[in-house]
Ligand binder design. Structure first.
Ligand code: G
Ligand code: G
Ligand code: MN
Ligand code: NA
Length: 254
């Protein structure tokens, strides 16, 4: 209950910030865009990681209120990225299953895109497998509407959910994000390497972009490039960083 009170307080006081982690095309080295990641800047505790507070935000439905702020703030920042890096910059936003319970989700997103003159294809919505598996009509309808608008749909943490493949038949998707557990072990574990290369092949056969998360070493980058993974994201280039720092990432890697 005390944590819930502090969360309410934090929302009222604007104590949340977004940090941005860059994503790069593996073949060309070109900047693809950024994933927005939420941080709580607590007066005493310092920066609090999302796995600590997102579950509580979801339980209390406060994620809906904060979610609207994330949409507005993310779109405002995307307009700046667009100025700095070009027309096609993509911003990926994590959207919780709880937020798909809000009937106005699609119009909220459309409104913030319009407000900043952004193309829907510049926005990517990351959903977890569990959001798709819940088989809720409203969630499915909203994902379809977003996709029809041209918003990209990405599956986050791909490979870690149950029965990962059934929903691939029902949803029009754009992007698979390989969970970083597989990526971090793939050079030591033939099993993890097999999982990663199989996801890459699956993506290619389905016409999806594949993003490797948690890329930390040059060796991992080279392996992924050799196996024709499309995009990388990870500490090798940068963690999630404040907007001002994100504006200075290279538009092109060596
Ligand atoms: O860097 P990291 O600690 O940010 O993120 C931890 C987890 O929190 C990830 O699973 C990520 O998807 C989730 N997360 C980060 N930012 C957001 C957000 O804005 N909304 C939601 N729903 N989840 C987020
Ligand atoms: O679940 P989601 O993919 O949205 O969360 C991304 C999480 O992974 C965030 O907590 C982010 O800070 C973290 N992350 C991003 N890149 C790396 C990396 O290269 N190594 C590690 N260990 N964590 C990473
Ligand atoms: Mn994510
Ligand atoms: Na992930």
């Amino acid at each position: 209950l005390m944590l819930e009170e502090s969360l309410r307080h934090a929302i009222e006081n604007d104590d949340f910030v977004l940090v941005y982690q860059p994503q790069f095309h593996l073949d060309s080295g070109r900047l693809r865009g950024f994933e927005a990641l939420l941080r709580w800047q607590h007066r005493v505790a310092g920066t609090v990681a999302p796995n600590v507070f997102i579950p509580l935000l979801e339980e209390t439905r406060l994620i809906n209120r904060l979610g609207e702020w994330i949409f507005r703030e993310g779109a405002r920042q995307l307009a700046e990225f667009k100025q700095q890096f070009g027309e096609d910059m993509v911003l990926s936003l994590n959207v919780s299953p709880v937020q798909f319970g809000m009937p106005q989700l699609v119009t909220d997103l459309q409104r913030v895109l319009d407000a900043h003159g952004l193309k829907p294809s510049q926005l990517e919505v990351e959903v977890t497998e569990s959001a798709l598996m819940q088989d809720l009509e409203l969630t499915q309808a909203q994902l379809r509407q977003l996709r029809e608008l041209g918003v990209k749909i990405a599956i986050d943490d791909f490979g870690t959910g149950y029965s990962s493949l059934a929903y691939l038949r029902h949803f029009e998707l754009d992007t698979l994000k390989i969970d970083r557990l597989f990526v971090s072990n793939m050079l030591d574990s033939p099993r993890d390497a097999a999982v990663v290369s199989t996801i890459i092949d699956l993506g290619r056969h389905l016409g999806l972009e594949v993003i490797a998360e948690g890329v930390e070493t040059q060796e991992q980058r080279e392996w992924l490039t050799r196996h024709h993974c499309n995009i990388m994201q990870g500490f090798l280039v940068a963690p999630g960083v404040p907007a001002g720092t994100a504006m200075q990432v290279p538009a092109q890697l060596d």
